[in-house]
Design a binder for this molecule. Structure first.
Ligand SMILES: [Zn+2]
Length: 138
């Protein structure tokens, strides 16, 4: 039985960034579907529910797909096209998890977010990416 499972999963795409995004979106849609179940006789809720189901089916289909090469190319395209949004959310996550110890500055010349320890007073910050120097209060 265990060997059968291993055979089944080997050579399949598994869960990648698209997979995670699709499944989390589906969960969010299910939640919104519950919230909106009383609106317009439940039409919105039903549509969202169907969408969520379609996303789950799509997510599982990608997970079990044997065409790993093609799925990986899709995932790379997805990563490239959503890099702005993802770095925005990563920034929020960093501020939440490390905001007490570190302060975050955005480089005025290239926009890279830089992390510096708090409580050092006014300091010169050198951008890791472009070398631009600017001052900031920690
Ligand atoms: Zn910079």
């Amino acid at each position: 039985m265990k060997q059968k499972l291993i055979n089944f999963f080997s050579g399949r795409n598994g869960i990648d960034t698209i997979g995670k995004t699709v499944l989390w979106t589906a969960i969010a849609l299910v939640l919104i579907s519950w919230i909106t179940s009383g609106l317009l006789g439940g039409i919105i809720s039903n549509v969202l529910w169907v969408l969520a189901l379609a996303l789950i089916v799509y997510g599982y289909w990608r997970m079990f797909s044997r065409n790993i090469y093609k799925r990986r190319a899709e995932n790379d395209r997805f990563l490239a096209s959503t890099s702005g949004i993802r770095s925005f959310f990563r920034g929020i996550k960093l501020r939440i998890t490390q905001g007490r110890k570190f302060k975050f500055f955005k480089c005025p010349s290239c926009g890279t977010v830089l992390r510096v320890p708090r409580g050092k007073g006014r300091i010169q910050i050198t951008c890791k990416r472009c070398g631009n120097r600017f001052s900031g209060k920690t």
